[in-house]
Design a protein around this ligand. Sequence first.
Ligand code: TNX
Length: 532
Amino acid sequence: MKLNNYLFKSFALIFSGMIFLSCNSGPKADLSQYAIIPIPVSMADADGYFTIKAGTKITSSPELSNEAQFLRQQLKSLTSLEVDFEEGVSENVIELVLSPNSVIPEEGYTLEVASEKITITGKTAAGIFWGTQTLVQLIPSVENRDFGPNPQFTIAAGMIEDHPEYEYRGMMLDVARHFFPVDEVKHLIDQISKYKINHLHLHLSDDQGWRIEIKSWPLLTEIGGSTQVGGEAGGYYTQEDYKEIVRYAMERHMTIVPEIDMPGHTNSALAAYGELNPGIKVPEEGAVATERTRMGVAGQPTPLYTGTEVGFSTLDTNRPETYQFVEDVIREISEITPGPFFHIGGDESHVTEMEDYIPFIEKAQDLVTKYGKRTLGWDEVAHAQLLPTSVAQYWAKSENAVMAIEQGAKVLISPATKVYLDMKYDSTTHIGLSWAATIELDEAYNWDPTTLDEKIKREHILGVEAPLWTETVTNRDDIEFLTFPRLAAIAEVAWSPKEKRDWNSFANRVARHGKRWESEGINFYRSPKVDW
Ligand code: TNX
C-alpha cells in the first residue's frame, strides 16, 4: 500500500515536472502536428520556437491596419495579452507583410514562425487575414484560461504555405423561416470566418417572411415580415441593418450574397401585395386543394403562412407590376450590396408553369445584370438560358448543374445529401430535417466536389456552400448545434487540396477545436465519431 502510494507520488512528480518542462522549453509538437482546420497546403518544421508574451509587438504596413487590429483583438481575447503595434521592430514581433507582386495565389499566405519573429505574407489583405486565422489556431492551451501572472504561449518554428482550392467558400443562413437579428448574424460571421469561409448567403425572403426593407414596397416587411414559422412575431432588417451586416462581414473578408427567392417561395410578398398574386390559373393535375386555397383569388393578397410546406406559391409572371416589383427589389438591394452576386432563388416553383418560369428567370437575370451583379440561382434556373457569368447552385439535381455547365455557366456545389446543415446528424438529433439524408460528421467530410458527377469538373466549379435552412432552428444554440462541427469539415473540403484531406487526421484536429468551442460556449454537436 505504502509503496504503491510512494510510487504513485513519484510518478505524479515526474509527470508534473514533464509538463512544467514542456511549458518552458518549447512546444510539445512540431508545427506540422498542430490542429489547423482547414489543413494547409504545406507545412515544414524548423528548429526552435517563438513565444508570444508580454512585450510581443505587431508590425505591419499601413494598408493592413484592419488585419493588424483584428489580430490584436483576437490575441487579447485568447491570451489576455495586450499586443501593441510598433514599427521597425525586428525581435519578439509578429509582422504582417503585403506583397502585391509575389507569386502567392490570391487569398493565399505564407506564415513563417522563427524564434525572433512570426511573419505572415500575402498578395492581398484577404490572404493576410486568413494567415492570421491560422496563427490564432496555433496558440496553445488557451482553453483553460488560467494564464497566471506571466502568460507565455510558445509556437513551434516552421513554415506554412497555403491558399484556397476554391474561391467561393460559403454558408447560407435562412433568415426567412425564422428571423435572426443582426447580432446573431454577426456572431455567426465571427465563428465561420475562423474557418476561412468567405461568403455568407442570406436567404432573405420565403413564404413565411420577407426580411429586408424595400423602400418602394414598404408592406413587404410591414406585412410580409410580421410573422415566421410557428406563428410568432417575425422581424426584418432595415437597409441600415443590412449595410451593417455587409460592413461587419467585409472587415472579415466575407462577402454577403443576398437572396430574394422568386418566382416561387413568395407567399410573404403575395400577402403584402395582392397585385402580384395570379391565384392558381391552371390547377395542376393532382395539385392539392390547400395549395389552391392558399393562393386565393388572383389580384388579392394571400393569408400569411407560418407552416413549413414548400412549392405552393408563385408571383404572377404575366403582369407588368410583377416586373416593376422585381426590378425595384433587385435595384434597392444591389445598391447596398458591394459583393458581385445577387441570388434570385428559382427553386421549387411547383405552381409556376415551365412556359412562365423560363422567361421569368431570364428577365430576372437581365435585371440583375442591369444593376451590375452576377446572377446566382438554385439549380432549376438552368432550365432558362443562363449567361456565362451566372452561377447555378447545385442542391438537388446534378442534371441541372450539367445543363448550366453546358451553357457556359459555373456551378456552386451544395448537394443536400452532403452539406445541408439543416439535415439531422442521425435519427436521434433533436432538431433538423431528414428529407435528403442524415449527415454525420464523417459524411460531411468524406466527399469531393469533383466526383459527384463525371460531367462536373474542377474548372466548372466556383466553390462550395453549406446552407442552413431554419424551419426547425429558432435560436443561437440551434444554429451552432447544426453548424459545428460540420461546417469545419465542409470548410476543409472547400479550402484544402484533396490529397491533403484525411478523415482520421481531421477527427484528431477537430477534437482540439472542440476544446476551444467549449471554452467559448459554442453549442457544438459531440459527434460519436470523434474522441473529444
Ligand atoms: C429545400 S434547398 C428547399 C428549402 C427548404 C429545404 C429544407 C432549396 C433550394 N429549397 O426551401 O427549406 O429544402 O431542407
